[in-house]
Design a protein around this ligand. Sequence first.
Ligand code: ATP
Length: 210
Amino acid sequence: MDQNKIPQATAKRLPLYYRFLNNLNQQGKNRVSSKELSEAVKVDSATIRRDFSYFGALGKKGYGYNVEYLLGFFRSTLDQNEITEVALIGVGNLGTAFLNYNFMKNNNIRITIAFDADTEKVGKDIGGIPVHHIDELDEKLNDIKVAILTVPAAEADIITNKLVEKGISGILNFTPARITVPKHIRVHHIDLAVELQALVYFLKHYSLDN
Ligand code: ATP
């Protein structure tokens, strides 16, 4: 099926579904109801049904969905057979944590290279990943298309420009800076401080009961 036809909101939920179905499969389960799925991934069942209908998985009443069929679809759609290499720029506290964590529970994404401007860090291996000088980005990035940005906010734009010049496709931006990129490049912005503040604000001002 043509992946481009899946709405973006649906595509974003695929990894969530995939992880849960993979667990079910490992437990030897062959089918799952939309209610069960809904409770596990916290997406309402109408949305799940609509999402699944995009890839031709129509649940049967009283049976639910076939786990293997769905997994087969997700594997090819999410390129589970292919490892996506990711570069990390900025090996500070957050960057170091990512290198050590390195998405080991996820079998299709790996940070394989890191860059920093600090000569104390350059040449080291952190979490088994080599740290190169940022000036070597040009020669060392090769055909890596995804980058995680964990540099200080003031450096975000300049690094982004370098990545764009090198032909990056996607940037996961953990700096508070709002970076600008050409239209064909995708940026996802995660500001942990803002997220945490928003959570605390909601806890203070809104009750979950109403
Ligand atoms: P964090 O913000 O991840 O907690 P930190 O507080 O340890 O990190 P920051 O000052 O935010 O440190 O810098 C993050 C990392 O980015 C540091 O390792 C720093 O050396 C690196 N860095 C700073 N400027 C650049 C640059 N232009 N290119 C690459 N790396 C840089």
